[in-house]
Design a protein around this ligand. Structure first.
Ligand code: HEC
Ligand code: HEC
Ligand code: HEC
Ligand code: HEC
Ligand code: HEC
Ligand code: HEC
Ligand code: HEC
Ligand code: HEC
Ligand code: HEC
Ligand code: HEC
Length: 439
């Protein structure tokens, strides 16, 4: 019988009593690697510290317009000690001004509270609504005795943003040129044009500046394209103009003997023009002095005039008719005429007062909306009979596209408003050299 070779003592000797004191496998590597990485990290930090590089502190990519400053942290972070809250307004202002918003504002937020850095933004000017609503949700003016002149509780474009001032009750178009959009645009009854019925389009009278296509119902020259390398600003429409938009259908004839129109100018200029034309005519045709004209159907019926005895009398008679035709019919069709010096004196033409900016406290750009039909925004135009109608679209129509959430056009305040009063911008000083910015 074989003796027991494996005694418990022998077996016990085989147990590694230091098993739990020495490291094997994964734990061992874990320890080695954590040491190596810590040392590598410290070495990297030390290396950059020695080289004076800012890399270890980077908080995120700079905005696209500031990408050049990726190695120039000190351009914004003025203190050497660290990066927390060290990007001062003064540092920003060394490169470009950020003029104050409004003299009435009660405090001035810091540049970086609105313009967020280190997020790799395409546009730093795309600021959050809070940048504005911190004041505009409960607006106060510096002058305690003068409350804010503007609506004071705006929280967001699709929330409490007010209707635009020009469209609030009690506001109307202050223009004095009489015009009936419905009569001119009616698709069922095209107006009479110089070459037969004409179906007018908005662009026959309204275009942004700089298009060189000629005007279909105007006689005025289209402004020649002088060599220019910048496009004109096409945000707003050019104001309407008699020569460009009306003259072909509404000529200013003053006498059947002449096919030409009077100049579209102040009544005194028109008067002198008519006198000069008639005087020259009768001097060239003295035989016509005693002739009596057929009554003009456009004039009110009245007793026929006696035959003129001389050229001067002939001119006076025709001049009186021409004035009736002009002041009481032609000019009056579009203008309000006033007679401050009595009905025998020349009239005064009321100032046209065509509004060129309807929403002066916001920006708008027709070019950015050229995918939309004019009547779709200006929905009241086709039925408008009076100049006094305001045809500008209201806030609700903008909200159809500009509202919060995805699948919508931008609705944050900066899209439509300017914050800085750029008229107060200080000229750039440009203190740095190319080398200082790039090395
Ligand atoms: C164009 C100006 C600009 C430049 C250049 C710039 N920063 Fe900043 N940085 C800012 C602004 C603004 C802030 C936020 C306001 C603040 O805390 O001062 C900021 C904040 C920081 C913060 C703090 C982040 C936090 O969460 O508090 C760090 C870290 C930082 N920047 C590192 C850097 C480093 C590193 C560089 C260079 C690679 C750099 N910045 C270059 C403007 C700049
Ligand atoms: C209350 C928020 C706010 C503050 C504070 C602010 N800005 Fe602005 N900034 C804007 C908005 C919104 C725009 C875009 C509209 C505009 O041009 O006014 C803008 C535009 C700019 C632009 C021009 C952008 C472009 O399109 O060319 C510069 C430069 C600028 N800001 C610099 C500054 C500087 C510098 C400061 C600090 C002195 C500052 N801003 C403070 C909101 C702010
Ligand atoms: C070393 C110069 C420099 C400094 C410092 C600087 N910027 Fe700029 N900034 C530029 C340049 C260059 C542009 C691009 C040209 C332009 O748009 O005027 C720019 C553009 C901008 C714009 C408009 C472009 C956009 O993305 O909307 C804003 C806003 C702006 N900077 C804000 C700031 C703010 C806020 C600071 C301070 C934290 C600052 N900048 C510091 C040079 C500088
Ligand atoms: C520090 C407070 C403050 C901040 C921030 C502020 N505003 Fe104003 N804002 C005012 C004051 C004050 C007025 C003038 C009120 C008055 O005179 O009745 C004003 C007037 C306005 C007006 C009307 C007058 C004009 O100049 O066109 C608009 C539009 C406007 N702010 C838009 C903005 C936008 C957009 C922002 C954000 C980028 C903004 N505001 C941020 C205080 C502020
Ligand atoms: C889609 C364009 C758009 C957006 C987005 C927008 N507004 Fe307006 N806002 C306008 C227009 C247009 C007016 C009318 C301006 C006028 O009557 O001259 C206006 C008027 C104002 C006025 C003057 C109000 C008054 O008393 O007549 C203030 C203040 C104002 N906006 C602030 C803001 C603020 C703050 C935001 C962001 C929360 C904002 N707006 C967003 C287009 C916009
Ligand atoms: C035959 C020329 C003519 C045509 C065609 C014409 N308009 Fe006008 N429009 C005018 C005149 C003149 C005025 C200025 C008098 C007035 O305000 O009614 C004007 C003014 C306007 C105004 C600003 C005045 C306000 O009160 O809001 C708008 C907006 C406008 N038109 C839109 C249109 C649209 C949209 C079309 C096409 C559907 C159109 N117009 C077609 C001649 C024209
Ligand atoms: C295509 C030709 C045409 C053009 C262009 C045109 N008109 Fe007319 N207009 C007419 C005709 C035709 C009438 C008469 C319509 C009617 O009463 O049926 C008329 C009528 C008018 C009337 C009287 C309207 C009424 O209420 O009966 C006014 C005022 C007027 N036009 C102004 C203008 C002004 C201002 C322009 C330039 C901005 C203009 N028109 C451009 C053809 C035109
Ligand atoms: C078919 C419409 C129409 C007729 C007819 C018309 N005008 Fe005009 N008139 C306009 C328009 C539109 C304007 C504003 C834009 C411009 O100056 O062309 C205007 C502007 C004027 C102005 C400038 C007003 C100001 O704001 O100071 C004078 C002066 C004027 N007309 C005189 C006359 C006289 C005189 C007659 C008649 C001989 C006449 N007009 C006939 C459409 C007309
Ligand atoms: C997205 C809506 C929208 C569309 C589409 C649009 N407009 Fe406008 N339009 C406006 C607004 C908003 C204003 C007021 C701008 C201002 O003066 O501040 C305006 C103003 C005008 C004015 C007055 C003059 C001016 O520029 O302020 C005329 C005229 C006009 N539009 C004609 C047109 C014509 C013609 C078209 C088609 C080619 C058109 N609009 C398309 C929104 C629109
Ligand atoms: C059919 C949809 C639609 C409607 C309605 C609309 N917008 Fe827009 N708007 C857009 C889109 C899309 C853009 C962006 C275009 C771009 O970035 O070029 C835009 C851009 C803008 C811009 C910036 C323009 C620029 O220069 O980049 C302003 C300001 C604006 N809209 C104001 C308005 C106002 C005010 C109204 C109402 C009167 C309005 N929009 C109605 C779709 C719309």
């Amino acid at each position: 019988m074989a003796g027991r070779t494996r005694t418990t003592k022998k077996l016990a000797q085989r147990i590694n009593l230091n098993y739990f004191k020495t490291l094997h496998g994964i734990p061992r590597w874990r320890r080695i690697l954590s040491g190596v990485f810590t040392l590598a990290g410290l070495a990297w930090l030390g290396w950059h510290a020695l080289a004076g590089s800012p890399k270890p502190y980077n908080a995120g990519p700079l905005a696209h317009s500031h990408a050049l400053l990726g190695k120039k942290c000190s351009a914004c972070h003025v203190a050497q000690a660290g990066f927390q809250r060290t990007a001062t307004d003064q540092a920003c202002l060394a490169c470009h001004d950020g003029p104050v918003h409004h003299t009435e504002q009660t405090f001035t937020p810091s540049c970086s509270s609105c313009h967020v850095e280190h997020k790799g933004l395409l546009r730093m000017a795309s600021t959050s609504d809070e940048a504005c609503t911190q004041c505009h949700a409960d607006l106060a003016a510096k002058d305690k005795n003068a409350p804010p002149k503007f609506v004071a509780n705006i929280r967001g474009f699709d929330r409490t943003h007010p209707e635009f001032l020009a469209l609030r009750p009690g506001h109307q178009d202050p223009g004095t040129i009489k015009f009936n959009h419905q009569v001119h645009l009616d698709p069922k009854r095209p107006v009479r044009g110089p070459h037969g019925p004409a179906q007018l389009k908005c662009a026959d009278c309204h275009r942004p500046p700089g298009f060189t296509e000629s005007w279909p119902f105007g006689t005025a020259e289209v402004t020649a394209t002088t060599a220019s390398f910048t496009l004109p600003d096409r945000s707003y429409m050019e104001p309407v103009n008699y020569e460009k938009h009306c003259s072909a259908c509404h000529p200013l004839q003053f006498d059947r003997r002449f096919s030409e129109s009077v100049p579209h100018k102040q009544p005194k200029v028109v008067y002198d023009f008519v006198v000069q034309k008639l005087t020259a005519y009768i001097a060239a045709h003295p035989a016509e002095i005693p002739l009596v004209d057929e009554p003009d159907k456009r004039l009110p019926t009245r007793p026929p005039q006696p035959p003129a005895r001389n050229a001067q009398e002939w001119v006076q008679q025709r001049l009186a008719d021409a004035q009736l035709l002009l002041w009481r019919k032609a000019c009056k069709e579009c203008h309000t005429l006033n007679y401050p010096a009595g009905f025998d004196a020349l009239p005064e033409v009321a100032k046209a007062t065509l509004t060129t900016r309807w929403l002066p406290h916001a920006n708008f750009d027709h070019q950015a909306h050229r995918m939309v039909a004019c009547e779709s925004c200006h929905s009241k135009t086709m039925s408008s009979k009076e100049t006094s109608d305001v045809l500008i679209p209201g806030v609700q129509s903008c909200r159809e596209c500009h509202h919060s959430g995805s699948d919508a056009a931008e609705a944050r305040c900066f899209e439509c408003h300017t914050y800085h009063d750029w008229t107060k911008e200080k000229p750039a000083t440009g203190p740095r050299t190319i080398q200082q910015l790039t090395e």
